[in-house]
Write a protein that binds this ligand. Structure first.
Ligand SMILES: [Zn+2]
Ligand SMILES: [Zn+2]
Length: 338
């Protein structure tokens, strides 16, 4: 029987989960951002200003949905900085509210952590006055605790731009409780960072983390917009329908190529795409496969037979078009498909 990995029903909504407005260090107002993204075919934006959780439900209309969120960071203390590079690491995460009426931040501190450009807006944040100030710690436990608080309070938690943050395996392998990692971050790519984190994603998956991957802009209104996004397949352009689809992993990431269908049937995984130069299947073991047309011709579909002698643990698909643009599916675990 055919099982659809991206739902057969519903519509794809072009979505950016990571956006900065002039309520932090972005150059455009939330209204200007909405206008710009609508003119580029987007249906959903999550505003994630630095450390100020300010809902923008008023910008939602029939054709455009706002998800609410914010971006948090915790920095390596000076004493722990490498004597080799002298470079401090940092960990950033976006918290995306899964319900439209959520308005109380987690990991909030009344004085610390709020960046200069977010300061004028901190009074708009509805923090719980009974909640003690939260102290952030840059460590496996500290980051995992922030992610736990996000997750337990109804946020979708993404681990952002590990390349820009100078984090490596020894750092991210110890981070628990995230829902997804940014496999692409357009602003970092525009700035010259190789922020294609396919290897980081496989590292995390093989370390036992069952997480999704997202492509985001992280735009600040000065370029870095409308480059990387997720295509969410949901039943309706409504907050709970779209947030629910994101929580279930009903999306793929892209910077151009389309993934039209993805399904498994009799142990064979089939993907249908827009015209691609190559389609790659990656698994959790030392087994993968590349499909490409003969003599440079494009391909639009590929079928990969899951190993019958050894369980591949998971599989995921990467699509690359002739311009070198990528699309990535989430990983699918074989034991969850039985
Ligand atoms: Zn960041
Ligand atoms: Zn950001």
């Amino acid at each position: 029987m055919r099982k659809y990995l991206l739902p057969e029903r519903g519509n794809f909504y072009k979505t950016n989960l990571h956006t900065h407005s002039n309520l932090s260090d972005g150059g455009l107002s939330p209204e200007e951002i909405k206008e710009y993204y609508i003119s580029h075919g987007y249906s959903v934006i999550c505003y994630t200003d630095h450390d100020v959780f300010i809902p923008h439900n008023d910008l939602t209309d029939e054709h455009f949905l706002v998800l609410n969120g914010y971006e948090l960071e915790v920095n390596q203390p000076a004493a722990a900085i490498s004597h080799i590079t002298g470079n401090g690491k940092t960990c950033h995460m976006c918290l995306v509210a899964t319900e439209p009426d959520m308005e109380t931040p987690v990991c909030w501190h009344r004085e610390k952590y709020i960046p200069l450009k977010s300061q004028p807006h901190k009074d708009k944040v509805k923090n719980d006055p009974n909640e003690p100030d939260y102290i952030r710690t840059y460590s496996h436990e500290g980051v995992s605790d922030m992610m736990r608080l996000g997750r337990e309070n109804g946020f979708f938690v993404t681990y952002n731009h590990p390349t820009w943050s100078c984090e490596d395996y020894s750092d991210y392998v110890g981070y628990e409780n995230m829902h997804a990692i940014e496999i692409m971050n357009y602003t970092c790519i525009c700035a010259g960072y190789p922020e294609y984190n396919e290897r980081v994603y496989d590292d995390m998956l093989r370390a036992g983390k069952r997480i999704f991957c997202t492509g985001t802009d992280d735009g600040h209104g000065k370029g870095g917009m409308c480059g990387c996004y997720i295509m969410v397949k949901a039943e309706a352009l409504e907050y709970r329908a779209v947030a629910g689809a994101i929580m279930r992993g009903d999306f793929y990431s892209s910077e151009g190529p389309e993934i039209k269908a993805l399904y498994i049937e009799d142990g064979k995984v089939t993907v249908e795409t827009s015209e691609a130069k190559e389609i790659r299947f990656t698994t959790g073991i030392r087994k993968c496969k590349r499909f490409a047309g003969k003599d440079g011709e494009s391909v639009t579909t590929a079928t990969y037979e899951l190993s019958t002698d050894k369980d591949p643990y998971y599989f995921r698909v990467t699509v690359t078009d002739e311009n070198g643009k990528h699309a990535y599916t989430n990983a699918y675990f074989t034991d969850e498909l039985k």
